[in-house]
Design a protein around this ligand. Structure first.
Ligand code: MV4
Length: 650
């Protein structure tokens, strides 16, 4: 085993790799960009090396700087994670030229799978089922049209260099072929600088089922399948293992095909064989076809770890350090069912726009696996993928693992950025998905209902009440004499975006209170230490850049009402300044008839044991003063009336 490895990546995957390395007694070196100087992966690693600027091309894609960092720190091997340099064969060559080990496949294997047409031809030769089609070099338009005719419509034109659906056109009949070919080529040339295409039979009701493989350069095994059909615009949203509806017969056929694929290229390390499955008539052993091979560890590897009980990063390190495969095929078992969701900082309502922000608070329940590269206080920056975490659950059955997932999402707390949490939650409870009806069109079909945010007035009021209870900071000890100085009912005003909400808090004893929010009432009790709302669901309040209230599946943010802010804005049009809170008038600085400037102090109000300065909301003449020093006033009581300044006074 290696003594020290360098991780050429960041975020959750870098943290994930460090965790296993540590468990195996392997020292770790992190590399980082300037903006990641204090990132979690840097904190977790034994050593860290700064390699450049925030843009990936200035840091995480700088192969030379990364290799230099490995040599400098005495690392023996480099783990590329996923993305960045993980499938770059030139980087693999450079790592090996430097006398280091690349934890992954050979450059040759990566190259063999890099171009979709060559990979398909190679797989066909190896006896792996490939979608009927033309995967050759002849790019003549008339010839390709002939091939489409031979394959039979509908066909799919795909960019040879493609992926992610770019340069892909479905063609229904011969009359549309020429135009579809032209536009697919133009898109491919633009996106990949390569306008070569291949033609395939169009698979209807496609499902994305991939098989995890592992090789040691001589032998290969598979670790069963994952179903990644739940996608949005070719981005995976939920992954699971095993695939719903999978039979032993089909699993065996797919596993064998995947192992043949890996052996055909002498594969070493973790890889994934992606198949497209025609699910229109259930899963059948003659209805799956090779699509492509990903020659790296994938984002969704944890679902395979959950159902096999194996650590794939451990396998990667062991195989790369020269050990044979840790287990034989028949020793690898599949137990239960697992799900993974990708939690993103993204604005679902705005069309799933990536979002940024500082995470004021981040917490996961402890009954799920959460792989993350950030913690409370960290920034989701625009420089990198906005994934906050992967949440993984594992249960004895699909139904149980899915309820665990719903619950884990409900109890995940993110403050400081918008997220797709509610969207994921809706998906986890989607009727069709719950029944195991997974297909690549599900999200697009039901997008509107998945994006709905169900209104729940009672819960929303309870969240305001919880925030108010936090603001009230009631003493836990009844002997502090709280009831002596507290008014019986006090009003706590919270701001929510542009609105404000009033919560009236009434003490009903030293350890009981009632809170009224609009037309809803809540009881609060003190257990001798903490005040909580007496409710069936737990509400957690975290104060960090506002008051964040977390309810199962719902988050709200309030701000403490700031009387100074409100007087400056809300008071603009009104002539009478009102007391923003109940309290004692400590001092009064103006008299009737006096001219005042905007922001000039009017009086000092003592409330909740604090002094608050109230200021004039605008310039004017004090027309009338309604209160005197020493007066006890209620929230909303008038304090002064301002009149307009006479013309000529500016
Ligand atoms: C297909 C297909 C139907 N027939 N190939 C989309 C991205 C690329 N990796 C493969 N893709 C597809 N290839 C044939 N011959 C349908 C898709 C497809 C798809 C595949 C997997 C997951 C989601 C998808 C969404 C739309 C289309």
């Amino acid at each position: 085993m290696f003594r020290k490895i360098l991780i050429a990546n960041r975020g959750e995957i870098a943290c994930r790799i460090i965790k296993t390395a540590r468990r195996l007694g392997v020292a770790t070196v992190a590399v980082h960009s300037d903006v990641d100087a204090h990132a979690l992966h840097v904190t977790l690693a034994d050593q860290a090396v700064a390699i450049g600027g925030a843009a990936p091309k200035d840091s995480y894609l700088k192969g030379g700087a990364i290799i230099a960092a490995a040599l400098e720190t005495g690392a023996e091997a480099i783990h590329p994670g996923y993305g960045f340099l993980s499938e770059n064969p030139d980087f693999v060559d450079a790592v090996q030229r430097a006398g280091l080990v690349f934890i992954g496949p050979s450059a040759k294997a990566i190259r063999a799978m890099g171009l979709k047409d060559a990979a398909k031809a190679l797989m066909k030769q190896a006896g792996v089922p490939v979608v009927p089609g033309y995967h050759g070099a002849n790019q003549d338009g008339a010839f390709l049209a002939e091939q489409a005719e031979r394959i039979g419509y509908p066909v799919l034109i795909k960019a040879v260099a493609g992926g992610g659906g770019k340069g892909m056109r479905r063609v229904e009949n011969a009359a549309d072929f020429a135009e579809a070919l032209r536009s697919a080529r133009a898109e491919a040339a633009n996106a990949f600088g390569n306008d070569a295409v291949l033609i395939e039979k169009y698979v209807s009701a496609p499902r994305h089922v991939e098989v995890q493989v592992f090789g040691d350069g001589r032998d290969a095994v598979h670790l069963f399948e994952r179903d990644c059909s739940l996608q949005r615009r070719h981005q995976k949203v939920i992954e699971e293992a095993p695939a719903p509806g999978m039979t032993d017969e089909m699993r065996h056929a797919m596993g064998e095909a995947a192992v043949r694929a890996a052996k055909a290229i002498g594969y070493s390390g973790a890889g994934t064989i992606e198949f497209i499955v025609d699910g229109s008539e259930g899963l059948r052993p003659d209805r799956f076809w090779f699509m492509e091979m990903n020659t790296r560890l994938q984002v969704e590897h944890p679902v395979t770890e959950a159902v096999t009980g194996l650590d794939l990063v451990e396998w990667q390190l062991r195989v790369a350090s020269g050990e044979p495969l840790p287990l034989r095929q028949e020793e690898i078992r599949l137990t239960g069912h697992a799900f993974e969701v990708r939690l993103y900082a993204e604005d679902v309502a705005a069309g799933f726009l990536p979002a940024t922000g500082r995470l004021a608070h981040l917490a996961f329940p402890d009954h799920c696996r959460a792989d993350t590269g950030v913690q409370s206080g960290d920034e989701i920056s625009p420089w990198y993928d906005p994934m906050i975490a992967k949440i993984i659950t594992h249960g004895p059955t699909r139904a149980i693992a899915l309820s665990q997932l719903g619950r884990a999402l409900d109890e995940t707390q993110v403050a400081g950025t918008v997220t797709n949490l509610a969207f994921l939650s809706a998906l986890a409870r989607h009727r069709g998905f719950t029944r195991g009806e997974v297909d690549t069109g599900l999200i697009a079909r039901d997008l509107a209902s998945l994006m709905e945010t169900p209104q729940n007035d009672r819960l929303e009021s309870a969240m305001a009440a919880a925030a108010a209870l936090h603001v009230a900071a009631l003493p836990a000890d009844p002997l502090t004499g709280f009831s002596l100085w507290s008014p019986l009912t006090r009003r706590i005003t919270l701001e929510t975006g542009a609105d404000s909400i009033d919560v009236d808090l009434t003490m009903e004893g030293p350890q009981a209170a009632r809170l009224r929010v609009v037309d809803q009432e809540f009881q609060a009790v003190c257990n001798g230490q903490n005040w909580t709302l007496a409710r069936d669901v737990a509400l957690k309040v975290v104060e960090a850049d506002g008051l964040h209230v977390f309810a199962p599946g719902k988050t709200a943010r309030f701000r403490r009402h700031d009387p100074l802010n409100r007087d400056a804005s809300a008071g603009l049009g009104s002539d009478v300044t009102l007391a923003p809170m109940p309290g004692l008038v400590r001092a009064f600085f103006v008299i009737a008839g006096q001219e005042v400037q905007a922001g000039q102090p009017l009086c000092v109000l003592e409330a909740m044991k604090m002094e608050h300065m109230l200021k004039a909301s605008r310039a004017g003449r004090v027309a009338e003063v309604f209160v005197r020093e020493g007066a006890q006033i209620a929230a909303g009581d008038p304090l002064v009336q301002l009149a307009a300044l006479e013309a000529g006074h500016g």
